[in-house]
Design a binder for this molecule. Sequence first.
Ligand code: TGC
Ligand code: FAD
Length: 388
Amino acid sequence: MIKGVDFMIMEEFLAEEEKIIRDTTRKFVEKEVLPIIGDHYDKGTFPTELIPKIAQLGLLGITTPPEYGGAGASYFSYGLACQELEWCDSGLRSLVSVQNSLCMYPIYTYGSEEQKEKYLPKMCTGETIGCFGLTEPDAGSDPASMRTTAKKVDGGWVLNGNKIWITNAPIAQIAVVWAKTEEGVRGFIVERDTPGFETPEIKKKMSLRFSPTGEIVLEDCFVPDENLLPGSTVGMKAPFSCLNRARYGIAWGAVGAAAFCFEKALNYTKDRVQFGKPLASFQLVQRDLADMFTEVTKCQLLVYRLGRLFDEGRASHVMVSMAKKTCTMTAAQVARKARELLGGNGVSLEYHVIRHLCNMETTTTYEGTDKIHSLIIGRYLTGINAFR
Ligand code: TGC
Ligand code: FAD
């Protein structure tokens, strides 16, 4: 299903339109991103000039209906695009996940008609990039314990608080911020030029270096009534419903990263000669390759089925947790094994594998850590809530 790694012959289950989205995304990352990514990763920079190109491919607003400028594609196609983007880099996929699932989805689902018309078309073209502020310095795995407040005043709301580890914050024109009101947690759209809104960049980050990450600082930040998401009256269910979609894309993306690392290790060990023979001829190396190949294939089957269920409205958030946890943890193991098989070259950005391995430290952490997803699955199985 991903080019080069399709042992279970999944290709035949793809519609033509799905293949086109997958293949155009792959061509784009091969031509435009892979050649430059090592240098950007090294410097910790993101080339914003890529954004209009990503938008042209229809990847911003991929599931958004055409009446708001989106591609109106299925979640399955979204998954395939995430797979190809992360085949290249997790940070690149993150840009697209955050824009689609964490910013456009809540505006589309919980926003007013005016908000949809004002923000979504420009988000589809990449003129407006969004970020999603949920995590705080003292509220990570437990976002319900957030301290950011929104106080009702004449004509709007005054927001105070700090969000941390926010993808795209330094480059975003708008932020979807979650804050506590007297009636519970609500979502707000905060525009970049609002007084009292700052997004300092987080430096010295050793993972996801292609993705800009920042804080959101809100100091007596006045947000007009029209920027409250009117439908966000369901408490934490509103931000959690966004996480579901982003976690879904992360699961697909991790398959892409794992497939990249597996193929790199396979080709490298076939070429590299030690003791007078290719590394791939040694039995211990073949066991590693067989294990990596098997794990990638298992994850492909998982996301394939999840994708179809998602489009049928039958994917539960527990299924999404299982896929997010399994695919990211598997990708981390496959990347680690590939790095080892490449020997000294494995630590060089030239070979890309170390970059994927470092990125997996983030993908197994954000959007719910491995442990948090285990406890979500555990709660489903036992009926016992381990969190509270
Ligand atoms: P809990 O009692 O579990 O749930 C409260 C209400 O929400 C419902 N719910 C969900 N609904 C939709 N989707 C989900 N995934 C849902 N999870 C829960 C639930 O049914 C309940 O509804 P009701 O009607 O009974 O009131 O709430 P809790 O506060 O105890 O939550 C527990 C826990 C641990 C599951 C939750 O806090 C959690 O998922 N924590 C992990 C935090 C996290 O993932 N943060 C992500 C921040 S964003 C990010 O990392 C972006 S990375 C950038 C990128 O994507 O590339
Ligand atoms: P903590 O919650 O403090 O967890 C620390 C450790 O304790 C983990 O190992 C965890 O598994 C464990 N732990 C926690 N609770 C339990 C428990 N009940 N039982 C057992 N173990 C437990 N957030 C956003 O809102 N928007 C973004 O765009 C965003 N982007 C991010 C980008 C990057 C690069 C990174 C690294 C993070 C990003 N995040 C974002 C934040 C991310 O979602 C959080 O880091 C994550 O949810 C974990 O929260 P925490 O860092 O506070 O860790």
